[in-house]
Structure formats: structure tokens, C-alpha cells
Write a protein that binds this ligand. Structure first.
Ligand code: NAD
Ligand code: ZN
Length: 336
């Protein structure tokens, strides 16, 4: 296949936001790099936090952090992959070599902080991506299509990692806030773990989806007959003070709260309640390559089916507005 010298894509700068650029160079891979043709790339609410809400992550890069593609040029020293392999990006883009990475927490790699794919360094809102560390790619199972694979790299991986961290098991009573791009998959993963699932979303249409995916209970607001301290685990996929307060109220003594959503820059907790009931608050960031492989396994086995719709990449700006206004459910994934 002929690889063009330039391509179109969407570049983010702190000064001017996200803008279409028609002449982005397609860079030749070096001997230990690969060139990826982007097959599908998902839009995440985190992009909106960067564009509109002052979440400071780097400057002057191609956005898009849910990436699935096909390798079109393999550097001569690369042994892990070959041309035509269908792969997905491990978003945190870890170095692989530091103590944090080698102890299995590569999603927290301090050397890659702020240099995540599409969040700090170039990502998938373009036609081709130079991957400098091919170790941060994972093969996509044959029976998982590329649009689903893109969503799996974050909208499945992130809740999967959070639910694993929280130790969710068949006896767990789990409360979710937010049944959007991440939430619709979080419900399916928690059900695959055998948990009982209650979902709160302010949007009725999101609750219809939650119901169709097997949520045991779903409300726009927690009803009065649900007692405080009823849940083992509360996963907050919104992350504002109001939802965090509800998580603290409704989690059991020794319960776990995972504030995954980045809706507020800061959250506060009621120390008296937190300390006296020994509640655990766990930070959770994206996921590791192993988590991503396991997420693909769940999808390959049909236990999780990401809810995605497809659109041309050039329509990205209008879908950003639709996501901001809550005008669709699940994930939109673009085919460049
Ligand atoms: P989304 O916009 O697709 O979904 C959010 C859902 O929450 C929507 O259905 C919306 O109706 C609902 N909602 C909003 N405010 C609510 C409220 N006050 N009460 C109840 N429901 C409410 O967003 P998404 O792409 O699923 O992302 C969710 C959050 O997770 C974002 O803040 C995103 O930045 C964050 N995120 C964090 C990580 C991480 O590693 N920690 C990774 C990915 C995304
Ligand atoms: Zn994301």
C-alpha cells in the first residue's frame, strides 16, 4: 500500500483548542518503531475536560486516546509485531523499565505521566500514528472488530481496572454513578464478575441502556427506601462533589469508593465518617497492558459488548458538542 507523506488530523493546543489540520506529516518509523494506520478512534469525556474544563495535559499534539489500527510499516529491529497485525494502544504509554512499571503498575509510570497517547503526545485523531514504543501495543482478537477494540482501550479497560482494584466479587453490591461511555461497559463487567449492580444516571435514556445491559436497579436519584451504607463498592464515573457525597453516604463500613470520573478538579470527604467507618478511597487510572488483554478476552468471549456507534473522523467537532450536551448514549468511534 502507498503511505502518503501528509495526512489530516485534529491538533490540540492550549491556546486555540482542538483544530483540524490538513498537512500533518506521516513520519517514517525508525528501526525500533512501527507506523500504525488508524482504523478506529473513540471520543472520551476526558477529551472534553481537556478542551473545556482546564484539565492540563500537554500542549500541541494530536488528540484521541482510544486507538485501534493496523501496522503498515514495521521497523527492522521490531520483533513483537509485523506488518498487517491489528493492534490497540495501551493508553498510558509506559516506559516499561522503571520500578513502577516492573512491579506491575505500568499505568502509573512516572516517566510517562502527561505523555499518554492522545493526551500529551500524539494519538489517534489522524490517519497514521508513529508508535515509538511498540511494547505499548496489544493484538486485537480476530473476533473483535476495530470499532469495539478502540472503545475497549479505555471505555472498557478503565472500569475493568477499577472493578479489579475494588476487589468486586459475586457477593458484591456495587453502586455506579454514570451510565455513559464507560458506565455501559462497567455494568457488563460487574455483571460478568457476578455482582449485584445499581446504576444512577441523571439521563433516562442512559438508564434504558443500563436496564438492557442487565443492571439490577437503575434510578435518576437514589430512592428513599435504599438505606445508607448499603453498598460494598461505589464507582463514581462522574466525579463531582454531589456524586462523591452520595458514594460516601451509601457505601458500607470498610466499603470502597473509586472516583474514576474527573468531573471536579478537587473533591472533599467527611473525615469523621470516613475514619469512623474505615472507608477506602482508591485512585484508579486507565489500565495496564495485562488489563487490556483481559478486557479483550471478555469481549472475545462475548461477556462485554461495547456500545459503540461509528462516524467519519471529520465529524469529530460536532460529536464533541453532542457529547457535551449528552445527546447520545455509549461511545462514538471514528473511522479516519
Ligand atoms: P460520558 O459523558 O460518556 O458519560 C457520563 C454519564 O454520566 C452520562 O450518561 C451522564 O448523563 C451521567 N451524569 C453526568 N452527571 C451526572 C450526575 N450528576 N448524576 C448522575 N449521572 C450523571 O463520559 P465517559 O466518557 O463515560 O467518562 C466518564 C468520566 O470518567 C469522565 O469524567 C472522564 O474524564 C473519566 N475518565 C477517567 C478515567 C480514569 O482513568 N480515571 C479514564 C477515562 C475516563
Ligand atoms: Zn478516556
Amino acid at each position: 500500500m502507498t503511505i502518503p507523506k501528509t495526512q489530516y488530523g485534529f491538533v490540540y493546543t492550549q491556546a486555540n483548542g482542538l483544530n483540524l489540520k490538513e498537512d500533518i506529516p506521516v513520519v517514517e518509523p525508525g528501526s525500533d518503531e512501527v507506523l500504525l494506520k488508524i482504523d478506529a478512534v473513540g471520543l472520551c469525556h476526558s477529551d472534553l475536560h481537556v478542551i473545556y474544563d482546564g484539565l492540563a495535559v500537554g500542549d500541541n499534539y494530536v488528540m484521541g486516546h482510544e486507538i485501534a489500527g493496523t501496522i503498515v510499516k514495521t521497523g527492522s529491529k521490531v520483533t513483537l509485531f509485523k506488518d498487517n497485525d491489528r493492534v490497540a494502544a495501551v493508553g498510558p504509554n509506559p516506559c516499561g523499565d522503571c520500578t513502577t512499571c516492573r512491579t506491575g503498575f505500568e499505568n502509573d509510570c512516572p516517566h510517562s505521566a502527561g505523555k499518554w497517547f492522545g493526551l500529551g503526545v500524539d494519538g489517534g485523531y489522524q490517519q497514521y500514528l508513529l508508535v515509538k514504543r511498540p511494547r505499548n501495543l496489544v493484538k486485537i482478537p480476530d473476533n473483535v472488530d476495530s470499532a469495539d477494540a478502540a472503545a475497549i482501550t479505555d471505555a472498557v479497560l478503565t472500569p475493568y481496572h477499577a472493578l479489579k482494584l475494588a476487589g468486586v466479587r459475586p457477593s458484591s453490591n456495587v453502586l455506579f454513578f454514570g451510565a455513559g461511555g464507560l458506565g455501559v461497559n462497567a455494568i457488563q463487567i460487574a455483571k460478568a464478575f457476578g455482582a449485584t449492580v445499581t446504576v444512577i444516571d441523571k439521563k433516562e435514556k442512559a438508564l434504558d441502556v443500563a436496564k438492557s445491559l442487565g443492571a439490577d436497579a437503575y434510578y435518576t436519584k437514589i430512592p428513599e427506601d435504599v438505606e445508607a451504607g448499603s453498598f460494598d463498592v461505589a464507582i463514581d464515573l462522574v466525579g463531582i462533589q454531589a456524586t462523591f457525597d452520595e458514594c460516601q453516604k451509601y457505601v458500607k463500613p470498610k466499603g470502597v469508593i473509586v472516583p474514576v470520573g474527573l468531573g471536579a478538579a478537587r473533591l472533599s470527604f467527611d473525615l469523621g465518617d470516613l475514619a469512623l467507618r474505615e472507608i477506602n478511597i482508591l485512585g484508579s487510572f486507565w489500565g495496564t497492558a495485562t488489563d487490556l488483554k483481559e478486557s479483550f478476552e471478555l469481549a472475545s468471549q462475548g461477556k462485554v459488548k461495547p456500545k459503540v456507534r461509528e462516524a467519519p473522523l471529520r465529524e469529530l467537532p460536532e460529536w464533541i458538542i453532542k457529547l457535551k450536551n449528552g445527546e447520545y448514549e455509549g461511545r462514538v468511534v471514528f473511522r479516519p
